[in-house]
Design a protein around this ligand. Structure first.
Ligand code: MTE
Length: 350
């Protein structure tokens, strides 16, 4: 089995805008500082100064606001431990291959986020009765070929999610100011939703009186399946994945090992993780460790003694409290989002 080391964030070959962190060295619930995966559509990473930064709150509100970082920090704070997973995680497992950054299984990480409930700021601004959605705009921009113009990264939230007390305007990650690559000085954290909703480098919040139809919501981040109407990518689908052993590891026949990993869902607590050590012929329930919070992954483990020498195929499958079960067949969609097909590794017993 691979020795436990520090988790390392590595760029996807040819795609520095996506860096993933294999879970093989992950221990405990918190992704170590500097190892949390990153996904930024427009490089270089914005490096913003706290001084002079303002978050404007405008649109369908009674009292438009312009908050400095100090003013934001002076509001009552709220802390949430949340797992973020990029919607493109596990895209490499799709057949036929889907467009987009070819993430393996490391575009998922967990941190403690501190900030102000978005609801607190919306309350300060006073939502008008025609308010429908809240659009968050980042300072990062880039040329979008298909549109022939420059666009910012921006995404909207329906009012109910925007007003969830755990939806944050976060300014701290694991007790430190947000690192530049994670959105300094402030970002949205939308627990339970795939990472694209958690807009980094926030510049503006615009309360809309109509549904938003921009590029990162109507052209990207949709489940597009031939012959079906497209649906938006939102909550994280239930997924359990391996940390150790790693795919391809050598294990000793007859010597017990702990098979372990992580499981999460945006639709309810993980209620069951089942593991197969014989390629799916039989399944055993893994032991679950309580998640550190409602929106965070939990750890699972199973003691296993590899039998005869040779290759063994291990599978892991999560179920959540809402009754969602990880599918055995990968749910293909054109843009390769939300792939929560059952995870599989092969180890060699000697
Ligand atoms: N926010 C801005 N402003 N620009 C971006 O490109 N990428 C989104 C989201 N927020 C993005 C953004 C995507 S697709 C993901 S998965 C998460 O940020 C990743 O957050 P992280 O880099 O802190 O892990």
């Amino acid at each position: 089995m691979s020795a436990t080391a520090t988790p390392q964030r590595v760029p996807v070959p040819g795609h520095p805008e996506g860096c993933e962190t294999p879970l093989t060295a992950q221990v405990g619930w918190q992704t170590p500082p500097g190892a949390f995966y990153t996904r930024s559509h427009f490089l270089p990473t914005p490096v913003l100064a706290a001084e002079g930064w303002q978050l404007s709150v405008e649109g369908a509100v009674e009292r438009p606001l312009a908050l400095t970082l100090d003013e934001l920090r002076a509001l009552p704070s709220h802390t949430v431990i949340a797992t973020l997973e990029c919607a493109g995680n596990n895209r490499t497992a799709l057949d036929p291959p889907a467009d987009g950054i070819q993430f393996r299984c490391g575009a998922v990480s967990t941190a403690e986020w501190r900030g102000v409930s978005l609801a607190t700021v919306l309350h300060e601004a006073g939502l008008r009765s025609d308010a429908q959605e809240v659009l968050g705009e980042g300072t990062d921009r880039g040329h979008e070929k298909s549109l022939g113009r420059e666009i910012p990264f921006e995404r909207s939230l329906p009012l109910a999610k925007a007003l969830d007390p755990d939806t944050l305007l976060a300014y701290e990650m694991n007790g430190q100011p947000l690192p530049d690559e994670h959105g300094f000085p402030a970002r949205l954290i939308v627990p339970g939703w795939y990472g694209m909703a958690s807009v980094k480098w926030l510049a503006k919040l615009q309360v809309l009186d109509r549904p938003y139809g921009g590029f990162f919501q109507k052209t990207k981040y949709i489940y597009e399946v031939p012959g079906q109407e497209s649906t938006p990518v939102r909550t994280m689908r239930v997924k359990a994945t391996f940390a150790q052993p790693a795919d391809g590891d050598t294990v000793t026949a007859g010597a017990p090992i702990t098979v372990r990993g992580y499981a999460w869902s945006g639709e309810g607590a993980v209620s069951r993780v089942a593991v197969s050590t014989d390629g799916g012929a039989s399944w055993q329930d893994a032991e679950l460790t309580a998640a550190p919070g409602q929106w965070a992954w939990c750890e699972w483990s199973l003691e296993w003694t590899p039998g005869a020498a040779g290759a063994a195929t291990l599978l892991v499958r999560g179920t959540d409290a809402a009754g969602n079960v990880q599918p055995l067949d990968v749910p293909w969609n054109r843009l390769g989002y939300g792939n929560n097909g059952v995870q599989q590794i092969t180890v060699n017993a000697r």
